[in-house]
Design a protein. Structure first.
Length: 246
């Protein structure tokens, strides 16, 4: 994985303070964990540990994580002492063959430099019939974000360039040997009452625009918030695949 020019080491504090699980994504992950009776899970690009913590708390399933940022994992270990996490890249997963039931990543795949290598590694370490879930943003998801795209429209072309399309991801996963590919969607509407996370640039796309563009978006947000909550929207596409049963 590569940070694509963004210093994620320096963003660890902001990520820990502002980033949260997406309820729809968590619900769908937990449903598959229960249906498949998955015992050993890996989160690729686990960051400060929001999903690791939520899944462990709700399901009791063993969840391990990797991330290329030591600072992100320091934040994770501070909140989850004893967490099974290590500094590693998606393209070289430090796990034995056929040792995991489910691999997932949330808003990470656009940081993976060599996705063919990652998907090949995922096939290697998944048990027969194991699942992978790539939680990402389609072009439609990116366009519909509020306030990230609506108030900071300059982020949109940057995001469209760095996120692989869903058809491309499907093709890459099929090439690696994944079967039964399917798409699910998570769409959260909520009332936003505080601009702090956006002012702090707690979303990587806000580091891709100029200071002037960022300031304009924050000013617009705070002008609207002065009259009431912003009707916000957060969307993801979940792309699932399964390894052969034998």
């Amino acid at each position: 994985m590569t940070p694509q020019g963004i210093d994620y080491q320096s963003l660890a504090d902001d990520y820990a303070r502002h980033r949260r699980v997406h309820p729809g994504v968590l619900q769908q992950l937990l449903a598959v964990i229960e249906q498949q009776q998955a015992h050993d899970l890996l989160e690729v690009g686990c960051g400060t540990g929001n999903y690791l913590e939520a899944i462990s708390r709700v399901s009791g399933t063993r969840v391990v994580g990797i991330d290329p940022s030591p600072a992100m994992l320091e934040q994770l270990r501070a909140r989850l002492p004893g967490a099974e996490v290590t500094v590693a890249e998606a393209e070289s997963l430090p796990f034995a063959d056929r040792s995991l039931d489910l691999i997932f990543s949330v808003d990470v795949i656009h940081h993976v430099r060599d996705r063919d290598a990652y998907f090949a590694e995922a096939v290697r370490i998944l048990r027969p019939g194991g699942w992978i879930c790539t939680v990402t943003d389609s072009a439609e998801d990116i366009a519909a974000r509020v306030p990230l795209s609506s108030h900071f429209p300059e982020t949109v072309p940057h995001e469209l360039r760095r996120y692989p399309s869903i058809p491309r991801l499907r093709s890459e996963m099929e090439r690696a040997g994944f079967l039964a590919l399917r798409e699910d969607h998570a769409d959260l509407h909520y009332s936003l009452t505080d601009s702090t996370a956006y002012r702090d640039r707690a979303y990587s796309s806000l580091h891709l625009i100029s200071d002037e563009e960022h300031a304009r978006g924050v000013e617009r947000m705070e002008r609207e918030l002065a009259t009431g909550p912003i009707g916000a929207r957060s969307l993801y596409t979940l792309l699932w695949g399964r390894t052969r049963s034998s």
